[in-house]
Design a protein around this ligand. Structure first.
Ligand SMILES: Cc1cc2nc3c(=O)[nH]c(=O)nc-3n(C[C@H](O)[C@H](O)[C@H](O)COP(=O)(O)O)c2cc1C
Length: 217
């Protein structure tokens, strides 16, 4: 299978990237063709609200492709042609990161048909695994948002979606260098993502389960 991971967090070496890489390593070991896209290295914007995707005789309409051409265009094509997507984002102010929204606006909106009773255009259903990382120790507060994410994804991309929540992350390598006394530095350093760390092992299992689920189909 072609498996594409997209990190919507700005840090190419942060928690989200580490866990996406961990999941891709499992997939590669099982012989899949894997790739990680770091959105912060690209130049793009969210939906421009140009409505070209809703024009009556727009040649791209049936393929539900975003008409805007920038660095995200290729990512959108890759995403739609993948057999599985992994999408990662940190939580910022109780929401997803800005690039995450830009990605999903342009991935989902072209498929949405403004006609009564017409379902979104899905050429090929793509199952997905979402990896969301956050500082909080109370991730249950975000569960309604994660549930909505799954529903939206399944509606617009057609494949099943699963979410892996990784909370209480380590935000910087050395807490003593930052004004951060509200955190227990020792505890936070124990939360670093390393091979064999708790969250790394959970991510490996998450990926194995996603792959198993696809095999059964
Ligand atoms: C601008 C900003 C806002 C944040 N807001 C939240 C938040 O609302 N809730 C939370 O649990 N963590 C919050 N965090 C912490 C990050 O979600 C967390 O450290 C995450 O694992 C960072 O991912 P990364 O290492 O891939 O960059 C915030 C971090 C930043 C930089």
């Amino acid at each position: 299978m072609k498996i594409t991971a997209i990190n919507a967090g700005p840090r190419a070496r942060g928690n989200t990237a580490a866990l996406l890489n961990c999941a891709l390593d499992i997939a590669a070991l099982e012989g899949h063709d894997v790739k990680l896209i770091q959105l912060s290295e690209l130049t793009f914007k969210g939906c421009r609200s140009c409505f070209v995707c809703k024009l009556d005789k727009e040649p791209n309409r049936s393929q539900a492709v975003c008409a805007v051409k920038d660095d995200l265009s290729e990512v959108l094509t890759e995403a739609k042609s993948s057999d599985m997507l992994l999408i990662g984002s940190p939580i910022y102010f109780g929401n997803y990161a800005a690039d995450y929204y830009a990605l999903l606006e342009r991935l989902f909106f072209p498929g949405l048909v403004y006609s009564k009773g017409v379902a979104p255009i899905i050429e090929k259903p793509v199952p997905a695994g979402f990896i969301f990382t956050m500082n909080t120790t109370a991730p249950q507060n975000y569960v309604p948002m994660f549930e909505e994410t799954i529903l939206n994804y399944e509606r617009f991309m057609g494949g099943d979606a699963e979410v892996l929540v990784v909370a209480d992350t380590c935000q910087f390598p050395d807490y003593s260098k930052y004004v951060s006394d509200m955190f227990d530095a020792k505890h936070k350093s124990s939360r670093r993502i390393t091979p064999f760390s708790e969250e790394y092992v959970r991510t490996e299992k998450f990926m194995r389960d996603l792959l198993k689920k696809q095999k059964k189909r």
